[in-house]
Design a protein around this ligand. Structure first.
Ligand code: NAD
Length: 462
């Protein structure tokens, strides 16, 4: 059997229960590049049973041994980095260099971080006359999106395995090929059968069956707010644990003392990266009224340079959605200074790098997650006004603050209702907790906080 014919369940590729398949399309040329089985509730049930069967032994495996398996997994991923990058480029459309640096590089770093954490984390501590043991939550369902397809799998699977949990992954239907590659890497790394399982399929079929399965103890979901809400409702009905990483509308706050050109250029790059398909992207740029016109000019010039350098968005559906938002921005009175709703190429799901000026807080493009290469620039009167605008959405995932003085930026960042803030262009840190305030989600991923999501505590009194 070819790998693409089956599901990875219980340590082997097994035939899918049904006949239906999902076609995977290259968003650059719209050609079908492969198919994967469309899993059903029966496949999900098999996978969850395999994960449950493997749980007692994996949970009892010493953390040092779990760490060794994760280190082996990191090494296999490193050896296959080129294949990972090429696969993500083929199914997501991102430029190869970006795929190498980010879509392959970041998950390798994250897998490595959990190999180290599993080896060094104190799974046991004393408090008074008690010993507190941190034990695995159990069987984890990981439902992941397509925008950082391998990273989002590894950011759930690596901490779950480090904690001693077993996992069933249901990857996004647009990007299942890198998920299959990952299953092969898990196999090669020698993880025991059933510790990791993969079921490809449609969200409302395989995804929903997985979230609903009574054999699942925790659902970790990344994706849209609408689906996150449904999953939280399912989990509530069963008092199941749930972690949600949802959308964002993050603010890039440029205080008057900042290096304006740098802040604007880095801000535009942040939004255009991955064709704007980043939940933590700084899609609202907030500029003081005295510097507003200059910032708009700089941003328009910066965006124009991205013309041919960004890839397409993932699908025709996303292209329609993003172009719809651009049209809405125009209709609501925002001023286009770069890009626009017209597709820049006839073939492929491309969207022009787009910048809107004169965006006001009440506009749809200032409130809703667009998930495309679209930046909204808003004007503020003073610092209090900037803070009010920055905090004025239902989201709170990320953000940025720029100021001449670092302490000034930090003081502002501390007042922002958001889970992460980059100070004067601070770099991504794979050990820093990532997750949302407000409707951006529940729980944290990455680093030690990400590990804690997959642990529950038991106190023994002496
Ligand atoms: P989605 O939420 O529909 O899909 C995410 C995952 O959930 C996929 O694996 C999908 O198969 C699964 N899913 C869908 N319906 C389900 C259900 N009823 N039960 C269980 N699982 C289900 O996201 P999408 O349609 O691919 O993208 C739509 C929008 O979501 C985007 O435009 C963007 O705004 C947002 N999004 C956010 C992120 C993020 O990182 N926060 C990632 C992807 C998409």
């Amino acid at each position: 059997m070819k790998a693409h014919d089956g599901m990875y369940i219980g340590g082997a590729w097994r035939p899918a229960a049904g006949q239906d398949v999902i076609e995977v399309v290259n968003p650059v040329d719209e050609q079908v590049i492969g198919t994967v089985p469309a899993g059903t509730a029966a496949d999900v049930d098999n996978a969850v049973r395999a994960a449950r069967a493997a749980l007692p032994e994996w949970a009892a495996t010493p953390p040092a041994e779990r760490a060794a398996r994760l280190a082996a997994l990191r090494d296999v991923l490193t050896a296959r980095a080129d294949e990972i990058a090429e696969t993500v480029t083929a199914e997501l459309g991102s430029p190869l260099k970006f795929s190498q640096a980010v879509h392959a590089g970041v998950p390798i770093a994250v897998a490595g971080s959990y190999a180290e954490l599993a080896a060094t984390y104190a799974f046991e501590e004393k408090t008074g006359n008690s010993v507190v043991h941190e034990e695995p939550v159990g069987v984890v369902a990981a439902i992941t999106p397509w925008n950082y397809p391998l990273h989002q799998i590894v950011a759930k699977v690596a901490p779950a395995l480090a904690a001693g949990c077993t996992v069933v992954v249901k990857p996004a239907e647009d990007t299942p090929l890198v998920a299959r590659l990952f299953a092969g890497a898990v196999h090669e790394a020698g993880l025991p059968a059933g510790v990791f399982n993969l079921v490809t399929g449609l969200g409302p079929v395989a995804g929903q069956a997985l979230a609903e399965h009574p054999g699942v103890d925790l659902v970790s979901f990344t994706g849209s707010t609408a689906v996150g809400r449904q999953i939280a409702a399912i989990a509530a009905g069963q008092i199941k644990k749930v972690a949600l990483e949802l959308g964002g509308k993050s603010a890039n706050v440029i205080l008057p003392s900042a290096d304006l050109a740098k802040a604007v250029n880095v801000g535009v790059a942040n939004v255009m990266s991955n064709s704007g398909q980043t939940c933590s992207a700084w899609t609202r740029m907030l500029v003081h009224r005295d510097q507003y016109d200059e910032a708009v000019e700089l941003a328009a010039a910066a965006a124009a340079k991205y013309g041919d350098r960004i890839g397409p968005v993932v699908s025709a559906k996303q292209q329609d959605r993003v172009r719809g938002y651009i049209e809405k921005g125009v209709a609501e009175g925002a001023r286009l200074v770069a890009g626009g709703p017209e597709a820049p190429r006839e073939q492929g799901y491309f969207v022009s790098p787009t910048v809107f000026a004169d965006v006001t807080e009440d506009m749809t493009i200032a409130q809703e997650e667009i998930f495309g290469p679209v930046l909204s620039i808003l004007r503020y009167e003073d610092e209090e006004d900037a803070l009010r605008i920055a905090n004025g959405t239902v989201y709170g995932l990320a953000g940025a603050v720029w100021a001449g003085d670092e302490a000034e930026a930090v003081a502002f960042a501390r007042r922002m209702e958001t889970g992460q803030v980059d100070i004067n262009g601070g770099r991504f840190n794979p050990l820093a907790p990532f997750g949302g305030y407000k409707q951006s989600g529940v729980g944290r991923e990455l680093g030690v906080h990400g590990l804690a999501e997959y642990l529950q505590t038991k106190s023994l009194q002496f």
